[in-house]
Design a protein around this ligand. Structure first.
Ligand SMILES: Cc1ncc(C[n+]2csc(CCOP(=O)(O)OP(=O)(O)O)c2C)c(N)n1
Ligand SMILES: [Mg+2]
Length: 600
């Protein structure tokens, strides 16, 4: 049988090193699925329940491997479903290729069934490279350019394939005017700034007396270099959420995460530093960085467009994090005075005590912070952690002490609900021998993560290691937003938009062949984790948690506290329990000196 365009596509993807594709079938893309089938096990296909989930998986696969993530969907609704997951990859700067089917070429423009102008639809998210194929000989350079652009620019790219084209006989481009002759291959370059620029950066850092570092996802893989530079500079170090795994939290000068989900020591360090060294981070909120003019800044990023974006830096270096830090290190003078670091370490010690106190406060029935607090010391080596968007992202960011060799990620830039379970599935395909734990809100479970448990049920018997846990914070509330309504808007909780049905997630898990554990007593939290972590098959841990424990930002402004008071005065339906559970924390923080200081 002659090689079809579908066969060629599969062969070319394989030549590029693609070994795994996440997706969902349909007649718009059957020509490629037939080819995947004919190719045997050359490229493994992972069947998601929904194309958006497949795109999240491709994004997460790329995050956990550093390789290209690939997802595939049929024409029309399959392709439109992909969009959110693709934006997740786009906003977190990871390379993902989307392959979408399309109606037959003769039907296009005919208001045909399932005909969507996919090039226009995907133009923003896959703007780095998107093309709809119109002839067999074109497909070779479409694949080559889509993959090389995705890898080289860490962007999302897309190829749209009309279904009739997929079944045609493939032809190499003829040697005539008007054809393109492309090839396979890409190697990641070593990107290091010029020495003169490194010296300028070193001069700024050597003059600093109170240096704060901020690292993000771009510094993953540069752990040794980050620690060496921080030690030389006597710096404290905060982490953007996507950079949580860059350095272990056991180091006394690591202040943990930064931002709305961050810690007080990070906040404090940024407001007191005289120099900021930022590495591989696009952390969005400038109000958590030093005030303009307060600190001198040096930034290292592989992407020029991310430089001096959140804080006006004095030295902007385009470079790979580990290579650039390694080149910078010999130019840095060791700080003799340890007072700055000692102060940070003292704040950090106190902060961990604060977190423990908060986690151990009684709640009805379970304090959600306790769930992550108790998990933290039990985290197995090499665990891969994922979190959904919602209040659990606060506990993920703050309470979990990451150690070397662990990985952690979530939908960062897009902060989309529904990513934790597909991320955790992709983690297992990326690193089958690692235990995986997903933290998920009940809203996110209902939105789409429950359906993806079916994917876990389908695949786990083929996993060499069955340790996989979804931890559900069952608070019957879209809690993060409930608190945003109260604290940011001064509105009472809007029950119609916020309350969600009680669902026995653990029973659903049992029903589809996973283990389910239900916990509604605080003293059972630790033992439940032990049981789940000892299980050799996937477990759903269903914790009944209290929605009236506020996911507080590290500093509360006067306006936020006033809003909260107004929300309570405005007949909040949970007024009594909310005031009992949180007002003390909110108000005591407001009247602390730092609360006032940052109220500007
Ligand atoms: C797709 C999507 N829709 C809406 C939001 C806004 N949002 C952010 S967190 C959240 C609530 C999440 O509720 P749940 O999953 O139950 O977690 P909880 O905050 O209750 O712990 C919502 C609605 C979002 N981030 N993504
Ligand atoms: Mg919830």
């Amino acid at each position: 049988m002659a090689q079809t365009v579908g066969d060629f596509l599969v062969e070319r993807l394989h030549a590029w090193g693609v070994r795994l594709i996440f997706g969902y079938p349909g007649d718009g893309i059957n020509g490629v699925f037939g080819a995947l089938n004919r190719a045997g096990n050359k490229i493994k296909f992972v069947q998601a329940r929904h194309e958006e989930m497949a795109a999240f998986m491709a994004s997460a696969y790329s995050k956990f491997t550093g390789e290209l993530g690939v997802c595939i969907a049929t024409s029309g609704p399959g392709a439109t479903h992909l969009v959110t997951g693709l934006y997740d990859a786009r906003l977190d700067h990871v390379p993902v290729l989307a392959i979408a089917g399309q109606q037959a070429r003769n039907a296009l423009g005919g208001h045909y069934q399932q005909e969507v102008d996919l090039v226009s639809l995907l133009k923003d998210v896959a703007g780095a490279f998107i093309q709809q194929a119109s002839s067999p000989a074109q497909v070779r350079h479409l694949v080559d350019r889509a993959i090389r652009t995705a890898l080289g620019e860490r962007r999302v790219t897309a190829i749209v394939l009309p279904n009739d084209l997929q079944e045609m006989t493939y032809q190499d481009p003829p040697r005539v005017h008007g054809s393109v002759h492309s090839g396979v291959g890409f190697t990641i370059p070593r990107v290091v700034p010029y020495e003169s620029d490194l010296l300028r950066a070193a001069a700024v850092l050597n003059q600093g007396k109170r240096i704060a570092m901020l690292v993000g996802a771009g510094a993953l893989g540069a752990t040794d270099e980050v620690i060496a530079v921080a030690d030389r500079l006597g710096a404290g170090l905060a982490k953007a959420l996507l950079g949580k795994a860059v350095v272990p939290d056991e180091l006394p000068w690591v202040t943990g995460c930064i931002g709305l989900l961050g810690t007080e020591p990070s906040d404090r360090m940024m407001s007191e530093c005289d120099t900021l060294l930022m590495v591989g981070s696009g952390f969005p909120y400038s109000e958590f960085l030093p005030k303009e003019g307060q600190a001198r800044g040096v930034q290292i990023d592989i992407a020029p467009d991310m430089l001096s974006l959140r804080y006006p830096m004095e030295v902007n270096l385009v470079g790979d994090a580990s290579e650039t830090l390694r080149a910078l290190l010999p130019m840095l003078e060791a700080k003799q005075d340890t007072a700055w670091r000692d102060r940070i370490a003292k704040n950090v010690t106190r902060w961990w005590q604060t977190l423990e106190r908060r986690a151990m406060q009684p709640a009805k029935p379970i304090n959600p912070q306790r769930v992550t607090w108790e998990l933290s010391p039990k985290l197995p080596d090499r665990v891969i952690l994922t979190s959904d968007s919602g209040s659990c992202a606060n506990w993920f960011a703050r309470d979990l002490k990451i150690r070397r060799g662990m990985m952690a990620s979530l939908s960062g830039g897009l902060a989309s609900m529904g990513a934790a379970v597909p991320y955790a599935i992709a983690a297992k395909f990326a690193h089958p021998d690692c235990p995986v734990i997903a933290l998920v809100g009940d809203g996110a479970m209902q939105m789409n993560n429950m359906a993806e448990l079916i994917t876990v049920a389908k695949y786990w018997p083929r996993w060499s290691d069955g340790r996989w846990i979804a931890c559900v914070f069952n608070n019957q509330d879209l809690n993060q937003v409930t608190w945003e309504q109260r604290v940011m808007e001064g509105d009472p909780k809007f029950n119609a938009s916020q309350e969600i049905p009680d669902v026995p997630y653990h029973r659903f898990a049992e029903m589809i062949g996973l283990r389910g554990i239900y916990v509604d007593r605080a003293d059972e939290v630790g033992p439940a984790w032990d049981e789940a972590l000892a299980s050799d098959r996937p477990v759903l841990l269903d914790f009944k948690t209290d929605p009236e424990v506020p996911p507080l930002p590290p500093h509360i402004t006067f306006k936020q506290a006033r809003n909260f008071a107004r929300a309570m005065a405005n007949d909040d339906p949970h007024r009594r329990s909310a005031i009992g559970g949180s007002a003390r924390q909110l108000l005591s923080r407001l009247f602390s000196s730092r609360g006032k200081q940052r109220d500007d």
